[in-house]
Design a protein around this ligand. Structure first.
Ligand code: NDP
Length: 263
C-alpha cells in the first residue's frame, strides 16, 4: 500500500520520516509513505488516479487543501466547516473521502480541556481556520482573533463567531509564521508581551524550532503550559494514519522520528 503527502512545494515535509517510522513500528512492511510534488494545475487530474497506483490515502498540504475538499466524494463535517481537507482516503468502493485532522490533532495535543476558557488565535491563514473551528467546537467561552491584515481577521471572526481582538486569553495560539525564520521578530510583530503569557494559561505555537520558539520559551519561563508545532504535526499525522490503516498510531515513534530531523 502506498501513502503520501501532496504539496507544492513539498521538499521540506517531515511527514515521510514520521509516517514511515510509524508504519515500521506497526509492522506494516509493505506500506510506504512518500512525497508527491504536485503543481496546482495537475491536482484534480492526478489525485483520482492514485488508487490505481496502489495508494490508500494522501495528506494534502499548501496549496491544495481547499481543492482536496472540492474533489472528494464525501467529507467529514469538520472538513466541510473548515472549508479545507488535509487527509484524503481512497475507499475500496472507488470514492474519495476527505477529512481535516488539523483540528482534532490540535485538540489532542492541547492535553487540557478548552471548554469554558477564553482563547486568542493569532493569524488568519489556513491553520488559523482549523484552530478557530476546533476551539469553537471545544466550547470556549470567548474566541478572539487577531491578524496583521485586519480585514482577514474580520472575515474569520464572522465565520467562527469570534471577536477581533488581541486581548490575551487563557489559551493563546500562534497561527502566524512569525518566529519561524527570525525569533527576534516575535514580540515585535505579534501583539503580545512576555507578561501576557502567565502561569495558568496555555500557549501553543504552530511554528516549530529546535530548542523552542521565543514565544514558547517565554511562556515556559513564566510557568505557562506550552504545546509546540511538533506535537501538532504528530497529532494530525496520527489521526490520518489511523484513518488509513485502522490501527492505533504509535505517537512516540512518530515524535522521535520528526524530532531527530527537525531543524
Ligand atoms: P498561511 O500562509 O495561510 O498564513 C500565514 C499567517 O501568518 C497569516 O495570518 C499572515 O498574516 C501571518 N504573518 C506572516 N508574516 C507575518 C508577520 N511578519 N507579522 C504578522 N503576521 C504575519 O500559513 P498557515 O496558516 O498554513 O501556517 C502558519 C504557520 O503555522 C507556518 O509557520 C506553518 O509552518 C505553521 N504550521 C504548522 C503546522 C504543524 O503541524 N505544526 C501545520 C500548519 C502550519 P497576513 O494575513 O497579514 O499576511
Amino acid at each position: 500500500m502506498r501513502l503520501g503527502v501532496c504539496g507544492w512545494p513539498v521538499a521540506h515535509s517531515r511527514s515521510p520520516q514520521m509516517h514511515n517510522a510509524a508504519l515500521q513500528h506497526l509492522g506494516l512492511s509493505t506500506w510506504r509513505y512518500q512525497k508527491l510534488p504536485l503543481p496546482p494545475e495537475l491536482f484534480a487530474e492526478v489525485i483520482p488516479n492514485l488508487p490505481r497506483l496502489g495508494f490508500r490515502g494522501v495528506n494534502v498540504t499548501i496549496p491544495h487543501k481547499e481543492a482536496a475538499l472540492l474533489l472528494a466524494d464525501n467529507a467529514t463535517e469538520t472538513a466541510k466547516q473548515i472549508g479545507a481537507a488535509n487527509t484524503l482516503t481512497f475507499e475500496p468502493d472507488g470514492t474519495i473521502h476527505a477529512d481535516n485532522t488539523d483540528a482534532t490533532g490540535f485538540l489532542t495535543s492541547l492535553r487540557t480541556s478548552a471548554y469554558g476558557k477564553t482563547a486568542l488565535v493569532l493569524g488568519a491563514g489556513g491553520s488559523a481556520r482549523a484552530i478557530l473551528y476546533a476551539l469553537q467546537q471545544a466550547g470556549v467561552s470567548e474566541l478572539r482573533v487577531w491578524n496583521r491584515t485586519e480585514a482577514k481577521a474580520h472575515a474569520l471572526a464572522q465565520e467562527f463567531t469570534a471577536t477581533v481582538s488581541a486581548e490575551p486569553a487563557e489559551i493563546i495560539v500562534n497561527c502566524t509564521s512569525v518566529g519561524l525564520h527570525d525569533p527576534s521578530a516575535t514580540f515585535k510583530e505579534l501583539p503580545l508581551s512576555a507578561d501576557d503569557l502567565y502561569a495558568g494559561c496555555t500557549v501553543v505555537d504552530m511554528v516549530y524550532r529546535n530548542g523552542g520558539t521565543l514565544l514558547l520559551n517565554a511562556a515556559k519561563a513564566n510557568g505557562a503550559e506550552v504545546v509546540d508545532g511538533l506535537e501538532i504535526l504528530v497529532a494530525q499525522g496520527a489521526a490520518s494514519l489511523e484513518r488509513w490503516t485502522g490501527r492505533t498510531a504509535p505517537d512516540q515513534a512518530m515524535r522521535e522520528a520528526v524530532a531527530d530531523i527537525a531543524t
